[in-house]
Design a protein around this ligand. Structure first.
Ligand code: ADP
Length: 544
């Protein structure tokens, strides 16, 4: 039969059109990079995005051209999220915390034609621009008064550029499978790899993540993405919020607990970030005897969320935790931990144990576990295996890499090791390269780390496997203690033995002032190995 339905195109411009049409006055409160906290709304974002699209076209931008954006979470950045794809160009998010060499690599690799950057990041660009081969124009995200003095060539002022245009502009049309955005993986092994999101994948992903068992977002919410828009597609919040007409708070570049608390108190009901951010915030709230007056839900992902964080949020602050797992390659949502009927009536403690898992997938995501040979494994909550994913917003192929990133059945190897239980709740045990293989058994470094950070005097812990003459590998633990606190190694291992089997207890504990992190704020196991190598570290059994 013929298709008799309308050809509605799943392009992200439709999302902003909807927000401006039906939720125009929903507030967006934003801490500008220049300093002040300003207010705007979806209608104003829509009008400025249109002006930007028009200005970009006048600058010669054509369909499919890449525009690099290096910016913090502000309302202006949201204008770019729609103004760039609306002009037909592709929004390439850049992480300013990357090393200069990596930034140059990805700007050249993506062939960015224009760079749009926040005021305080101009310095980074001054350093790397001579090595960026394709960049023709730079736009500084500020107004005329705050334009920096810089010797960068072809510098334009964003506010001036936009204000010189009117908003009489029709979004560039095209197929929904055209490229919309690019985000590079953090490149923990080798060069970063480009993931190209399409308009369609972003719209479907935003629809899926808004649903009640996922972020459960609505027009009555005010959401604050602490996770930067340049990290893993900004967890898609820049699309999900306008799709449901939610209000937003954009925290800018200030990531201190004081600054985040100030912004959370602007009526935020939902927020999202990696566990480290919340560890610091909870500490700050407790020390200063503060309460959260409007926050109801917090989405925590990017790395494993310790039980202590879930407990403190829920028991001390009345904020419900939603533990999530995802990847840049998955746009990024893979799973969120909400309660299905099967677990709803468990005791509070049992439910917190469920929340330590990363939960279950939304519609559009499918997961499976296999052994190293590709044989499908049981989903009994115990059996660990390689985790594979398939779905509407999962990578098929990386930018400019000829080979597909999926197997013959379309499954993408996530590089994670996981278990899945009978109700579909998935737990990440490790990255496959980080799992510790001791005497033929697998020890989860994540489990060891979570057991250790439950200790009140430990701020951060990282477990790695080191080579051992008898067991192949044995775990050791690198620990950062609270400032001014001393803990004996035995006190730590005794504490951990309540949570893990005896044979999994680390053989050695190394105290450090700081653990190295990746550009996306995760523990860098590679960095730790480099430090140990420099010190010529040997397992205690290998020392004379
Ligand atoms: P990268 O850090 O490599 O840039 P991503 O931000 O895309 O890339 O990180 C994806 C990886 O982060 C996942 O494959 C997984 O190893 C880890 N991860 C994400 N969420 C969780 C979680 N809730 N628990 C444990 N690991 C997680």
């Amino acid at each position: 039969m013929d298709n008799l339905m309308q050809p509605f195109s799943l392009r992200v411009s439709e999302i902003l059109d909807h927000a401006a049409r039906y939720h125009p006055r929903r507030k967006i409160i934003s801490r500008n990079v220049e300093g002040p906290i300003v207010e705007t709304d979806w209608n104003a974002v829509y009008l400025k995005a249109k002006k930007l699209s028009k200005a970009l076209q006048k600058l010669g931008i054509k369909k499919g051209d890449r525009i690099g954006v290096m910016a913090w979470n502000t309302a202006r950045h949201l204008e770019l999220w729609y103004g760039i794809p609306g002009s037909g160009a592709v929004n390439h998010t850049l992480n300013p915390r990357l090393f200069a060499k990596q930034l140059t690599y990805i700007i050249n690799h993506a062939e960015d034609k224009i760079l749009m950057i926040d005021l305080d990041l101009v310095k980074i660009l001054e350093e790397i621009l001579p090595t960026c081969k394709t960049v023709e124009q730079i736009i500084v995200l500020t107004d005329n008064i705050n334009m920096p003095k810089s010797n960068l060539p072809n510098l334009l002022c964003y506010e001036e550029l936009v204000e010189n245009e009117d908003s009489d502009f029709s979004w560039v049309k095209g197929h929904e499978t055209e490229a919309c955005g690019i985000c590079y993986t953090s490149g923990t092994t080798g060069n970063p790899k480009g993931v190209v999101y399409t308009h369609r994948s972003n719209v479907l992903h935003a629809l899926a993540s808004a649903t009640p068992d996922m972020i459960n977002l609505s027009s009555t919410d005010r959401i604050m993405p602490v996770v930067p828009l340049f990290h893993a597609n900004g967890w898609s919040i820049g699309y999900t919020a306008p799709l449901v007409g939610a209000s937003m708070v954009m925290p800018g570049r200030e990531m201190t607990p004081e600054a985040l608390f100030e912004m959370l108190e602007k009526g935020v009901t939902v927020t999202a970030a990696v566990p480290t951010i919340w560890l610091l915030l909870l500490n700050y709230l407790k020390t200063n005897n503060l309460k959260l007056s409007s926050l109801k839900r917090v989405i925590i992902g990017g790395s494993s969320c310790p039980r202590a964080v879930i407990e403190t949020f829920q028991k001390d602050f009345g904020v419900q935790v939603f533990h999530a797992w995802g990847m840049t390659e998955m746009s990024p949502l893979g799973t969120i931990c909400s309660f299905k009927p099967e677990v709803l009536n468990l005791s509070e403690e049992e439910r917190i144990s469920i929340q330590e898992t990363t939960g279950h997938p939304p519609f559009t995501v499918e997961l499976k576990l296999t052994d190293d040979d590709g044989t499908k494994l049981k989903t009994d909550g115990q059996t660990q295996g390689k985790l594979w994913a398939r779905g509407a917003a999962v990578v098929q192929q990386y930018l400019k890499i000829d080979e597909e990133a999926v197997d013959h059945d379309g499954w993408f190897d996530t590089g994670d090791v996981a278990t899945i239980d009978e109700n579909g709740y998935m737990s990440i045990t490790d990255r496959s390269k980080d799992i510790i293989k001791s005497g033929g058994e697998w020890i989860s470094s994540i489990e060891l780390e979570n057991a250790a950070v439950g200790h009140p005097k430990i701020v951060e812990a990282a477990a790695i496997g080191v080579s051992h003459p008898k067991w192949d590998e044995r775990p050791i633990l690198v620990v950062v203690c609270e400032k001014g606190e001393m803990v004996q190694p035995k006190e730590i291992t005794d504490f951990m033995s309540d949570y893990i089997a005896k044979w999994q207890i680390p053989d050695d504990i190394i105290f450090v002032d700081e653990i190295p992190h990746t550009a996306t704020g995760k523990i860098s196991k590679m960095g730790i190995r480099q430090i140990l190598k420099k010190q010529d570290y040997q397992h205690p059994d290998k020392r004379q």
